[in-house]
Design a binder for this molecule. Structure first.
Ligand SMILES: Cc1cc2nc3c(=O)[nH]c(=O)nc-3n(C[C@H](O)[C@H](O)[C@H](O)COP(=O)(O)OP(=O)(O)OC[C@H]3O[C@@H](n4cnc5c(N)ncnc54)[C@H](O)[C@@H]3O)c2cc1C
Length: 421
């Protein structure tokens, strides 16, 4: 439920008339179809992670909220990256446990990365299915030995005649259940080793674990029981001689590290947008409480220990939102307008700021709102912990650990030659 707050009018984050209309339409859709269901989705999937809300995924697809920046030539929406960002922010505001927002962000960011670097025929095969909600397409980088060290990836993809043969294991991967239950299937923008040790021996693939409704041989998935963000599965999978046609290689062999870093930059803008949308919901829960809860004969916001802290967190929320939309505008300049004054590396710092700041703000805010609500927040009847735990997934590290964001900012400002061991 949204709570009326007089937010200041947007100035720094100014939207075009089309974007305002788009935001209104997404908000109306999300408040009508997602907001009334998110608690039930979170609760059901907390008991059984395979209780995937397929009906809501279909509604999101029918509303045109998947593959927004992808070209209409591939069945995408032909929109901008800022529109995808707006959509994710609004979905997270309606579902602050962020399962549906994250489903949406993955299936915007990674199909777009596929379109940028993959073969045209593969984009034509995969993107229309993702766009219609019949297939999932996310990212599979992390392995059991650690996610931050992408250059240390161990899964191998050995080329034998016309196929790549995969062996190894991926862990903590979003969408392992969705790929299995969606009618067409799908998979991930997957990184595996095709060459020497280090980042120059990695290649990217459109790894379709299931296509045309058929799961490939040699793919063995498992599903995890997460502490939050229920409604979108996380799992792992082993590959034992899993074969993929060579055409599913993305770009050139052994250049995968560079493509995935660009893909991460794009996806992280949407990640940060999800945390800002969830944070807005949390702020409104706080205001609603402040307008009703009285102690010692006065509203609790009369205590400056509470209202001043709220004001500080609101300032952080505004900053986080600014970081998000600055980065999305820049992504539009680079990838949609193709403005020659900008290049993909220009996104590094703006994106790392957004991904560093948004999740930490949302987690900090969630914890404060829990405390302001007091004991009620510690019961399962209160929905606040669901938002807090869902948003915490991004402080833990989904789409990149927080210290890696700090590293990127420091490295690009100081110079990597001054930060070696
Ligand atoms: C809900 C959820 C969904 C996920 N979905 C996906 C997915 O779809 N696809 C996918 O590939 N991965 C996914 N992940 C994994 C995620 O990408 C990893 O959690 C992340 O990359 C961090 O890796 P790690 O968890 O192995 O932690 P590690 O890399 O082992 O890091 C452990 C700690 O060390 C810190 N650290 C690491 N390196 C440095 C350094 N150089 N300097 C200082 N500190 C450092 C980190 O900040 C972290 O606190 C998901 C994770 C979660 C929680």
């Amino acid at each position: 439920m949204s709570v009326p707050i007089s937010y200041p009018k947007d100035t720094v984050v100014s939207f075009t008339k089309d974007e305002i209309m788009f935001r209104e339409s997404v908000r109306e859709f999300a408040q009508k179809h997602i907001a009334p269901k998110w608690i039930e989705v979170d609760e059901e999937a907390s008991k059984d992670p395979m209780k995937i809300p397929l009906d809501l995924i279909k509604k999101i697809a029918d509303q045109g909220l998947l593959c927004i920046p992808c070209s209409d030539k591939y069945g995408g929406q032909g929109g901008t990256y800022t529109m995808a960002t707006i959509a994710v922010e609004e979905l997270a505001y309606a579902d602050p446990a962020v399962a549906l927002a994250v489903y949406t962000l993955l299936n915007n960011g990674w199909p777009f990365a596929l379109q940028l670097f993959g073969r045209e025929e593969v984009s034509q095969e995969v993107i229309p299915r993702v766009s219609k909600g019949e297939a999932f397409f996310g990212i599979a980088s992390t392995e059991p030995q650690g996610g931050s060290d992408v250059a240390g990836i161990r899964m191998t993809a050995k080329k034998i005649n016309n196929v790549y043969v995969f062996n190894g294991e991926k862990a903590y991967i979003s969408g392992v259940g969705e790929v299995q239950v969606l009618p067409w299937g799908g998979g991930w923008f997957l990184i595996a080793r095709t060459g020497e040790a280090g980042h120059r021996g990695l290649s990217a693939f459109a790894f379709l674990a299931k296509k045309n409704g058929v799961i490939g041989k040699g793919w063995y998935p498992t599903i995890y029981h997460d502490i939050g963000r229920h409604g979108l599965t996380t799992g792992g999978f082993k590959c034992e001689n899993f074969e993929l046609d060579k055409d599913y290689l993305i770009g050139e062999e052994n250049k995968g590290f560079y493509y995935v870093m660009e893909g991460f930059n794009l996806a992280r803008i949407l990640v940060a947008a999800a945390t800002v949308g969830g944070a807005r919901w949390l702020l409104e829960q706080a205001v609603q409480w402040f307008r009703t809860r009285k102690l010692f004969g006065k509203y609790i916001a009369s205590f400056e220990g509470i209202s001043f802290r709220f004001a500080e967190l609101y300032a952080k929320y505004e900053a986080a939102r600014y970081f998000v939309y600055r980065a999305s505008r820049l992504a539009d300049k680079i990838y949609i307008e193709k403005d020659p004054a900008y290049n993909p590396r220009d996104l590094n710092i703006p994106v790392a700021l957004a991904k560093m700041y948004g999740p930490e703000l949302a987690t900090e805010l969630g914890q404060e709102v829990m405390k302001w609500y007091g004991a009620y927040a510690y019961t399962k009847e209160s929905p606040i912990h669901r938002a807090w735990l869902g948003l915490f997934s991004y402080t833990i590290g989904a789409e990149g650990a927080q210290n890696i964001m700090r590293y990127i900012i420091a490295r690009d400002l100081i110079g990597s030659e001054y930060m070696r061991d």
